[in-house]
Ligand binder design. Structure first.
Ligand SMILES: [Zn+2]
Length: 80
């Protein structure tokens, strides 16, 4: 199953993406984007994106986020 989402290029587009719960900046530590339950960064098997640039967050969101139904983080939480 291939899911189609509009490619994100800006912070506003990341915030508007239905797969993203929240995005915030930690200064020197860069950007963090928490995914909603049901989504995972496939390559890393983590439920949030950490990058130093918005561009990096966009690339991960566009290319690596896939549906997830893991017991620990996704199945136990209710998807809004
Ligand atoms: Zn999961």
């Amino acid at each position: 199953m291939k899911t189609q989402f509009k490619k994100a290029r800006t912070r506003a587009q990341i915030e508007a993406d239905p797969r993203v719960e929240e995005i915030w900046n930690e200064g020197e530590d860069g950007w963090w984007a928490m995914l909603r339950p049901g989504w995972v960064v496939a390559t890393y098997e983590v439920h949030c994106i950490h990058e130093y640039t918005i561009e990096g967050v966009c690339d991960k969101l566009n290319d690596y986020v896939t549906p997830c139904d893991c017991e620990q983080s996704c199945k136990t939480k209710e998807v809004k």
